[in-house]
Design a protein around this ligand. Structure first.
Ligand code: ADP
Ligand code: ADP
Length: 226
């Protein structure tokens, strides 16, 4: 069983843009996987579909064996999404944001509090737990998005351009944290348009261009070809 198994995935947006033209992709359990491609290639659309935010036009997606169409709740429970743009209530505190997310997934309050402490500490946000989101720096907001996505302990963490616009210091610390949770067994997929980021972190990679996967290989094999 794969962490992610996508076949024949297509997406045509209203207005006729064919964002995906038959994407086939598999990601192994425990992998650290990059979906690389230029702007407009279809990365956000692909992860939007996996995360149930975008409806596919055609094709099959299964997540840890759960069919996204017929077993949507189970599939969704496996996934933690870190979107590109900050989408939390800027007036809530860090603690409220992570606890509310846990509540949304039905995590019991006492467990949610333990997890909040664990993940906020790991992401260097514990000291900021009572700060409102709007008071945080850009790097802190990014880390808050990751902590929030982990509150229901997903088996698959998906990050959309996680380090876009983040300076190198913060980028390094985020990379370190992602490697650590991957070592703990969480499968990670990130999208990026920086090959260096994929190279630094990922074992396997798919390259998407104009809605089609043009390469799907190990990072090692790709680098030996360049
Ligand atoms: P990427 O994440 O690789 O930059 P996207 O998945 O965002 O690519 O976009 C793929 C294509 O779909 C682009 O041509 C984009 O303009 C188009 N697109 C994305 N979202 C929408 C939308 N909501 N409505 C119409 N077209 C869209
Ligand atoms: P409840 O009885 O409603 O579960 P809690 O004590 O869990 O009350 O939380 C009350 C409020 O304080 C909530 O908005 C929660 O987000 C926030 N909160 C809970 N624990 C902490 C904490 N350690 N630091 C800051 N805010 C917290």
């Amino acid at each position: 069983m794969k962490a992610l198994d996508i076949s024949g995935l297509t997406k045509t947006y209203k207005g006729g843009v064919q964002a995906l033209k038959g994407v086939d992709l598999t990601v192994d359990k425990g992998d650290f996987f990059a979906l690389l491609g230029p702007n407009g290639a279809g990365k956000s659309t692909t992860i939007g579909i996996i995360s149930s935010l975008v409806n596919q036009t055609d094709g099959k997606v299964s997540i840890f064996g759960y069919d996204l169409h017929t077993q949507k709740e189970q599939a969704k429970a496996c996934i933690g999404l870190v979107p590109q743009e900050f989408n939390f209530n800027q007036f809530e505190t860090v603690m409220q944001i992570v606890l509310n997310q846990a509540g949304y997934y039905g995590v019991p309050r006492s467990i949610a509090k333990e997890r909040a402490q664990k993940y906020l500490a790991q992401l260097d946000l514990w000291e900021k737990r009572d700060a409102r989101a709007r008071e945080l720096s850009g790097g802190m907001k990014r880390r808050l998005m990751i902590a929030r996505a982990l509150m229901h302990e997903p088996r698959l963490l998906i990050l959309d351009e996680p380090t876009a616009g983040v300076d190198i210091e913060i980028r390094r610390s985020m990379w370190g944290f992602l490697e650590e949770i991957n070592r703990q067994g969480i499968t990670i997929i990130l999208t990026t348009h920086y090959l260096e980021e994929a190279e630094m972190l990922c074992r396997n990679i798919a390259i998407i261009n104009k809605g089609t996967i043009v390469e799907n290989t190990s990072m090692k094999a790709l680098l030996s070809k360049l």
